[in-house]
Design a binder for this molecule. Structure first.
Ligand code: PTJ
Length: 244
C-alpha cells in the first residue's frame, strides 16, 4: 500500500481499494473487478460506510440459515478473494463446508490463483468448477459448477455477485445469501437474504454471529429466521439512501 498514514480520514477506503488493485495485479481479481469495486464504493458512501441495522438483521438470519443448512457452500469470485480471503477461509472452516470458485470472466488460470490464495489463507476445502456439472437457467461461465459443491448445495453464500446467477440458483431450488452494497441490483433483488453492506465489514460480523449461534438448537435457529422478509431489508436500505 502506498505511504498512507493510518490517520488519513479515508484510510479504510484506501486500504480496501488497494486490496482490489493488488488483486488485479496478482491475477486474482478481473480488471472488471475495479469497476465493480467503484460501484460498491459509491453505494457504501450512500449508506454511511457503516453496518446499518438492516444489515445486522440480515447477517443474523444468514448465520441461522447457514447453521441450519445441510450442504452450505461459499461461492467465491475474484473480488471476494482479493478483499477477504482470510475471512472466507475461516467461514468455510467454521461451517465445515466447501468454498467453490465461480467466476464470471472465464479464466482457468485465475480460478487456480484464487484457489491458491484461499488455501494460503487457511482454507481446507476449495473446489473448482467442472464441465460435468451444469447449473440450469444460466448461460455464462458461471453455469459450470462442481458436483460436490454448488450442485448439491441447499444454501449458497454469494458475496458480491454479478446478477443473473442469484436468480438461477434460486430457480434451481437453492437458498441464496448475497452481500451487495447496491439494494437495487439484480442479485440483491433475487437473493433469499441480502446483506446490504461492504463485504469487508459484513464478513467479520457474520463469523462472530455464527460463533455465537453455533450451539443453538434447530428450533432456536428457526425462530431467528422465521419472520424475516428480504423485501423489508431492501426497502429499509432504499429509504436510507433516498432520505439523504
Ligand atoms: O471475478 P469475476 O470474473 O467473477 O468478476 C467479479 C465481478 C465483481 C467483477 C463481477 O461479478 C461483476 O461484474 O459484478 P457487477 O455486476 O459489477 O456487480 C458487483 C456488485 O457488487 C455491485 O452491485 C456492487 O455494488 C457490489 N459490490 C462491489 N464491491 C462491494 C460490493 N458489495 C459488497 N462489498 C463490496 N466491497
Amino acid at each position: 500500500m502506498p505511504n498512507i498514514p493510518k490517520s488519513h480520514p479515508r484510510y479504510e477506503s484506501l486500504r480496501t481499494r488497494d486490496l482490489i488493485a493488488g488483486g488485479v495485479e496478482k491475477g486474482i481479481a478481473s480488471i472488471h473487478g475495479l469497476i465493480a469495486h467503484g460501484r460498491g464504493e459509491a453505494f457504501d458512501y450512500l449508506i454511511g460506510e457503516k453496518t446499518n441495522d438492516f444489515a445486522v438483521k440480515a447477517i443474523e438470519v444468514a448465520a441461522a440459515l447457514l447453521l441450519a443448512a445441510k450442504n452450505p457452500v461459499i461461492s467465491v469470485n475474484g473480488n471476494a478473494a482479493a478483499l477477504v480471503p482470510k475471512e472466507l477461509a475461516e467461514l468455510s472452516n467454521l461451517l465445515n463446508c466447501p468454498i467453490e470458485v465461480n467466476i464470471f470472466h472465464s479464466s482457468k488460470q485465475r480460478e487456480i490463483k484464487i484457489k491458491a490464495r484461499l488455501l494460503e489463507n487457511g482454507a481446507k476445502n476449495v473446489l473448482l468448477p467442472e464441465k460435468d456439472a451444469i447449473l440450469k437457467y444460466i448461460d455464462s461461465n458461471r453455469k459450470y459448477i462442481n458436483k460436490n459443491g454448488i450442485a448439491k448445495a441447499d444454501v449458497v453464500f454469494v458475496p458480491l455477485e454479478d446478477g443473473d446467477r442469484a436468480e438461477a440458483l434460486v430457480k434451481n431450488g437453492k437458498k441464496v445469501i448475497a452481500v451487495d452494497l447496491n439494494p437495487m441490483s439484480r442479485t440483491a433483488q433475487k437473493a433469499t437474504i441480502t446483506i446490504v453492506d461492504n463485504i469487508v465489514r459484513a464478513m467479520p460480523l457474520l463469523i462472530k454471529t455464527i460463533k455465537e449461534y453455533k450451539n443453538y438448537g434447530g428450533k432456536r435457529l428457526i425462530r431467528i429466521k422465521v419472520n424475516y422478509r428480504n423485501k423489508n431489508t431492501l426497502e429499509d436500505a432504499l429509504v436510507l439512501i433516498r432520505g439523504l
